[in-house]
Design a binder for this molecule. Structure first.
Ligand code: ATP
Ligand code: CA
Ligand code: CA
Length: 424
């Protein structure tokens, strides 16, 4: 992607970016948090607080080793969302993100070029977003806020903050902080990213057999004959929430979002420790850095910059870092407030009599910031020439939302299954 696609090849560029993102969050969020809460005003939705970081520092910002600018968007709105509706403890939020400057990088799993980072305790995801997504989130922030207010159990991504880092050469990186749907303590044995569209929506099964972490799609779900195993009550509640959430998405004119489903099989437990094994704490970056820093060893006192780098490297050394140090002892508190995240952080499968089955679903609606732009309209036109235009994914928002909702209802137990969504 054009935004950060080349950062990865730029030596330590991602390290610097991470450092700046976390410094900005730490300073900006604690500044807002230090003030006494007040009711939101009209201006709060459009506000953008600017910070300038450099070695000299000033009354707003501490001295930092890199020069960069930081913008905190609608800080009061996000503060209210976090505290009032998402049940996050303010100190806890900041500590999770910035107590140590460690993020693990998932890289860029989608086609969009966005980068994903996990906080060290795996609770939060930082996703870099495109400028158009950023602009869009600011534009719909009031509606999002209203939706969350009237839908405390929403399945939509929980946005905790919207920020921007501007590097000295002018590159601007926008990012959101959101909830990780998947729990820190449970292996997710199967993952599906479902849109209700079947054209091109298949992860090759041969590859899936090799890769337990593959993100599977609509056709894999259908061809494997899967269904969401939920009793009548949970089914009705979930369907109603998806209906309301997709109504909002329709209203704000977005498309391309998906229902992400992670399945934890309780009989298999956590013995795979899939996540812990793949939790790489910036290891290639760190290794390169370490090599660099040890080269200068024993040649006089370290520069403050090198000393700081060393400290960070030491802190992020996977050898020293005990994984249990990264993960909280039990599932964190906020999920207990949410209907669909109550059972060990997720939604326990049930049978028709509402008795529990040995499965936990972790689900939510993600990637909700793609407005139906001219670009998509064009894409729609070209793809529409080749295939049934109702089955390809870039259809207009109303059609997208309706198809999404009926697909999700169809895949619940007792539904008709997803196969009617397949092309002939
Ligand atoms: P594209 O636009 O090509 O679909 P993207 O860069 O916008 O990609 P997303 O669709 O938001 O990325 O996410 C890509 C993948 O990252 C998802 O399929 C999922 O596996 C993982 N992911 C995204 N958001 C979350 C989340 N909140 N919790 C857990 N995993 C997530
Ligand atoms: Ca997506
Ligand atoms: Ca996207």
């Amino acid at each position: 992607g054009p935004l950060v696609g080349n950062l990865i090849g730029e030596g330590h560029a991602n390290y610097v970016l991470m450092f700046n993102m976390l410094t900005g969050i730490r300073v900006a969020v604690s500044r807002c948090q230090a003030k006494i809460r007040r009711p939101l005003t009209e201006e709060d939705y459009t506000a953008a607080h600017k910070y300038s970081f450099d070695f000299a520092g000033n009354e707003l910002t501490p001295s930092t080793k890199y020069d960069f600018k930081f913008k905190d968007y609608a800080p009061w709105v996000f503060r209210e969302l976090r505290e009032e509706y998402f049940h996050l403890d303010p100190a806890d939020y900041l500590l999770s993100l910035t107590a140590k400057y460690i993020l693990s990088e998932l890289g860029s799993p989608g086609k969009s070029g966005s980068f994903f980072y996990f906080s060290r305790d795996y609770r939060f995801i930082i996703k870099t977003i495109h400028y158009t997504e950023h602009k869009f989130l600011r534009r719909i922030l009031r509606q999002y806020h209203e939706h969350v207010t009237s839908n405390p159990h929403t399945l939509l991504s929980r946005f905790y903050g919207l920020h921007r880092v501007k590097l000295p050469h002018g590159r601007k990186i926008h990012f959101v902080i959101m909830n990780n749907l998947f729990p820190p303590h449970k292996d997710v044995h199967e993952t599906y990213d479902l849109k209700g569209s079947t054209i091109g929506r298949e992860y090759p099964e041969e590859k899936a057999a090799q890769n337990p972490r593959a993100v599977l799609k609509d056709l894999n779900w259908i061809n494997r004959g899967k269904e969401l195993e939920l009793g009548p009550e949970k089914r009705a509640l979930l369907a109603e929430q998806i209906r309301r959430d997709s109504a909002l998405l329709k209203h704000i004119d977005v498309m391309d979002y998906s229902l992400l489903i992670g399945i934890h099989n309780m009989a298999r437990g956590n013995r795979d420790n899939v996540r812990r094994n793949t939790l790489k704490v910036f290891s290639p970056e760190v290794k390169r850095l370490r090599r660099k820093l040890t080269l200068g060893k024993g040649k006089g006192p370290l520069s403050p910059e090198a000393a700081e780098m060393r400290r960070v490297v030491r802190e992020s050394d996977p050898q020293i870092l005990d994984p249990s140090d990264i993960l909280p002892d039990e599932d964190t508190g906020e999920r207990q407030h949410f209907l669909f995240y109550q059972d060990e952080g997720g939604l326990r499968a049930t049978d028709e009599a509402n008795d529990s089955l040995n499965k936990i679903y972790y689900l939510g609606i993600i990637d909700i910031l793609t407005p139906y732009t001219t670009l998509k309209k064009l894409e729609h036109f070209w793809k529409g020439l080749k295939a049934d235009r109702h089955k390809i994914s870039p259809v207009p928002p109303v059609e997208y939302a309706d198809r999404f909702f009926s697909f999700m209802k169809a895949i619940m137990r007792g539904g008709e299954g997803g196969s009617r969504f397949k092309s002939e």
